[in-house]
Design a protein around this ligand. Structure first.
Ligand SMILES: Cc1ncc(COP(=O)(O)O)c(C=O)c1O
Length: 353
C-alpha cells in the first residue's frame, strides 16, 4: 500500500476515480510482463480468472474483462435486452443519467424506463407499477425485458440482501432479466459483510458489472455472467464493441491481483471507513444534513449555499451537485487528515453563517 499522505493540493473528494492505483495491481502487471502469451483471452491469466471468479462467486460464471464501467453496463444490458425491450432502472441510475444512453445504443433500440425509490434504490411497488404501465403484449410499446439495480446506489446507499432478493423475485415474476451495476460492488460487500454470491447469483442477479477501477484498479472492470442462458450472445456484444484485448493477460492480471488476499475488500473497507468518519463528524455539526444515509464511500451533503462556497474557498475538492448540495466520494487511499480538514472547514463555515 502506498504511504497514505493527503494530496498536496488539499482534501480531494471529487471522486474515487481521482485516486491512485493499488501497488499490488501495478506489481501484478509487472509480473505478467514476461515471455509470450496467447492473445484474446487464451492466456493462462485469463483462464485462471474464470476459475478464480467461479470460486469467489461460488457459482459457474463467465467473466468478460472490459475497459470501463460504462462498457460493462452497456454490454451487459444489451446482452439481456432485445432491441424492442424496455429496461427498468432507478431514476438516478448511472445508465440513465450519465452514459449517453449507451444501453439503448448497444441493445439496438432498448428503451430506459425510470422507476422511483429512496436513496437511489428501486422501490418494488413502483417497479410493479412501471411494469404494469409498460403494456406487456401491446404492439405499440417497448416490451418489459430487464431491470438494472446499482449496488452501492448512485446516492451512496446499499441494498440489503433481502431487498435485492425481493426485487429480483418481482422482476423474475414478470420475466425480466436482472443486471447489477456494481461500479462500487466492493464497497457494498465491505458494508454488508456478506458473500458476493448472497447479493448476486443466490439472489437472482443474472449479470453483474464488477467494478475495479474506482477501488484501486488501473484500467479494467469486468462483466460477470451468472446465467449464460440470460445473455447467450454476450461474447459477440463484447467483441463487436472492441472490448476483447489482444493482450488480454494484462486485464486478467489486474483482476486477479484485485481479488487476491481480499485486496478489493481491504481497499473498499478503507474507503468506507473514511466515509464513516465523515458521518460521525457530521453528527456533531448542527446545520448540515444528508440526502441519503452514508452506507458505502459516498456522502451527499446538504448545507446552505454560502457554506458550500466556503468549502470551495478553503480548497476542499468535491463535486457540487447544486448550490446547496455537495457530493464527496472517499477514495481507497483517502486519509483521515483529509476527512478531518473537511469537517473543520464545514464547522467554521457553518458558524460564520
Ligand atoms: C454507479 C456507476 N456506474 C457506472 C459508472 C461508470 O464507470 P466508468 O466511468 O468507468 O465508465 C460509474 C462512474 O462514475 C458509476 O458511478
Amino acid at each position: 500500500m502506498n504511504e497514505m499522505r493527503p494530496p498536496q493540493h488539499g482534501p480531494d473528494f471529487r471522486s474515487d476515480n481521482v485516486g491512485a492505483v493499488a501497488p499490488e495491481i501495478i506489481e501484478a502487471l509487472a509480473r505478467a510482463n514476461r515471455d509470450t502469451a496467447t492473445g484474446y483471452g487464451g492466456d493462462t491469466w485469463s483462464l485462471e480468472l474464470q476459475k478464480r471468479f467461479g470460486e469467489l462467486f461460488e457459482a459457474k460464471v463467465k467473466v468478460y474483462p472490459v475497459a470501463t464501467g460504462t462498457a460493462a453496463n452497456a454490454l451487459a444490458m444489451a446482452a439481456i435486452t432485445p432491441s424492442h425491450g424496455a429496461m427498468f432502472c432507478q431514476e438516478r441510475a448511472h445508465i440513465l443519467t450519465s452514459e449517453v444512453n449507451a444501453v439503448g445504443f448497444f441493445s439496438g433500440g432498448g428503451m430506459l424506463v425510470p422507476v422511483a425509490g429512496p436513496h437511489g434504490k428501486v422501490d418494488p411497488a413502483a417497479l410493479e407499477e412501471a411494469i404494469a404501465a409498460q403494456g406487456k403484449g401491446l404492439m405499440h410499446r417497448s416490451q418489459p425485458a430487464s431491470l438494472n439495480i446499482v449496488q452501492a446506489t448512485d446516492l451512496g446507499a446499499v441494498y440489503a440482501v433481502d431487498e435485492i432478493r425481493a426485487l429480483a423475485a418481482t422482476a423474475k415474476r414478470h420475466g425480466l432479466k436482472i443486471h447489477m451495476d456494481g461500479a462500487r460492488f466492493a464497497n457494498a460487500i465491505a458494508r454488508l459483510g456478506c458473500k458476493p454470491a448472497d447479493i448476486t447469483s443466490r439472489a437472482g442477479v443474472d449479470v453483474l458489472s464488477f467494478g475495479m477501477t474506482k477501488n484501486g484498479g488501473l484500467l479494467c472492470d469486468a462483466i460477470v455472467v451468472f446465467d449464460e442462458a440470460a445473455a447467450p450472445a454476450i461474447q459477440w456484444h463484447v467483441r463487436r464493441a472492441g472490448h476483447v484485448w489482444s493482450k488480454a493477460r494484462f486485464a486478467a492480471a489486474q483482476l486477479l491481483a484485485y481479488v487476491e488476499d481480499d485486496l478489493w475488500l481491504r481497499n473498499a473497507g478503507r474507503a468506507n471507513a473514511m466515509a464513516a468518519r465523515f458521518d460521525a463528524g457530521l453528527k456533531t455539526i448542527p446545520g448540515a444534513s444528508l440526502w441519503a444515509p452514508i452506507e458505502a464511500n459516498e456522502i451527499f451533503l446538504k448545507a446552505p449555499a454560502h457554506v458550500i462556497d466556503g468549502l470551495e474557498r478553503d480548497g476542499v475538492r468535491f463535486f457540487r451537485r447544486a448550490a446547496d448540495m455537495a457530493r464527496f466520494v472517499c477514495r481507497f487511499d483517502a486519509t483521515e487528515a483529509e476527512v478531518d480538514a473537511v469537517l473543520a472547514s464545514l464547522r467554521r463555515n457553518l458558524s460564520n453563517g
